[in-house]
Ligand binder design. Structure first.
Ligand SMILES: [Zn+2]
Length: 175
């Protein structure tokens, strides 16, 4: 699945997408309103992706990268030649989704933290709950529930949470 496929599947509302040369960033950033939210991708001179990030205020975030104030990229700022932006609708709740999707697509070398946990947090939220059963003292059981809402001890049937997440990830083309 491509980034575009995932954007469509999850109805992520990208309102604008464009690329620019980092040399021109002052002029480009002047035209972006301060409140714009989105995901950015940095590329080297061969158009290989180096880093993907997100920000609620993308203009400020980009400025801090380009001025060498950002710890993730300051050692590599001379290699960052191009930038692509995916701007979202104001107040969009898809920002983290979009960043995760793009990181998974490009696997950029400067995004060193593995982000599988993010998928686990974002996918199948409807299954992410506690057992509906009660224990001998009539308190909530509280163990992790399986697909039908109960834990193993309280008649839970179906798949475990991590199996459901793995299924989702396979569907989306991730390993
Ligand atoms: Zn239980």
């Amino acid at each position: 699945m491509s980034v575009l496929d995932v954007i469509n599947e999850f109805e992520i509302n990208v309102v604008e997408a464009f690329s620019f040369k980092v040399n021109d960033y002052r002029k480009i950033l002047e035209e972006i309103p301060w409140y714009k939210t989105g995901v950015y991708i940095f590329f080297d001179e061969n158009h290989q992706p180096l880093y993907v990030g997100k920000s609620e205020k993308i203009k400020d975030r980009l400025k801090s990268h380009f001025k060498g104030f950002s710890s993730e990229t300051k050692m590599h700022i001379d290699n960052i030649k191009y930038c692509s932006l995916l701007l979202l609708k104001r107040g969009s709740t898809s920002l983290e989704w979009l960043e995760t999707v793009v990181i998974n697509e490009y696997k950029p070398p400067l995004n060193t933290v593995r982000n599988k946990w993010r998928w686990e947090r974002l996918l199948t939220p409807k299954y992410k709950h506690r057992c509906k059963g009660t224990n001998s003292r009539n308190e909530n059981c509280g163990l992790s529930a399986l697909e039908n809402g109960f834990c193993k001890n309280h008649g839970g049937i179906g798949k475990k949470w991590n199996e459901l997440v793995e299924e989702d990830m396979r569907k989306l083309g991730f390993n």
